[in-house]
Ligand binder design. Sequence first.
Ligand SMILES: [Fe+2]
Length: 192
Amino acid sequence: MQEQGLKQLYIDELKDLYSAENQLVKALPKLVKGAQSNELRQGFEEHLKQTKGHVQRLEQIFEMLGESPKGKKCKGMEGLIEEGSEVMDEDYEGSVLDAALIGAAQRVEHYEIAGYGTVRNMAELLGESDQVSLLEETLQEEKETDEKLTALAKQINAEANGSAASEADEDMGETRAQATKEDTRKKPKRVA
Ligand SMILES: [Fe+2]
């Protein structure tokens, strides 16, 4: 009886993640368009590909379980995406906008890491070792993405801080100003 209860919860949590990943597949192209630095844009493009793979892994798991992946809407992801598009409507530009996008993307990653950690542990308890492996693969990719974003944030936040400083202080070294110039594209039209 107890195990049946946990199994139902496991399926519900997987449905929630399936909704979350599908929402993200739709939302990530907006981040790709919004990103100002090439590196960040490529990072979002890469994660979009990965996210499509995460959807497929979940579909595989649902097939193993003989269950439908549909039937839930992940409100947590809906809220995170909404906040992400709000920040794109603010008047941030260049590396400051990128810093804001990274903040939104990392919130998403942490939310997914929590979700996948939960279902992976449940799959272990339920003895579903093939599903554990699939969930573990996705979990690792979410963690790697989060780490890449942390590394990018260090660089981009420094640039964002540097470009504000260069406006205020004409003595600032040329190197940082040039780096900022090279990495910053002209801001595209509003996408959201
Ligand atoms: Fe994912």
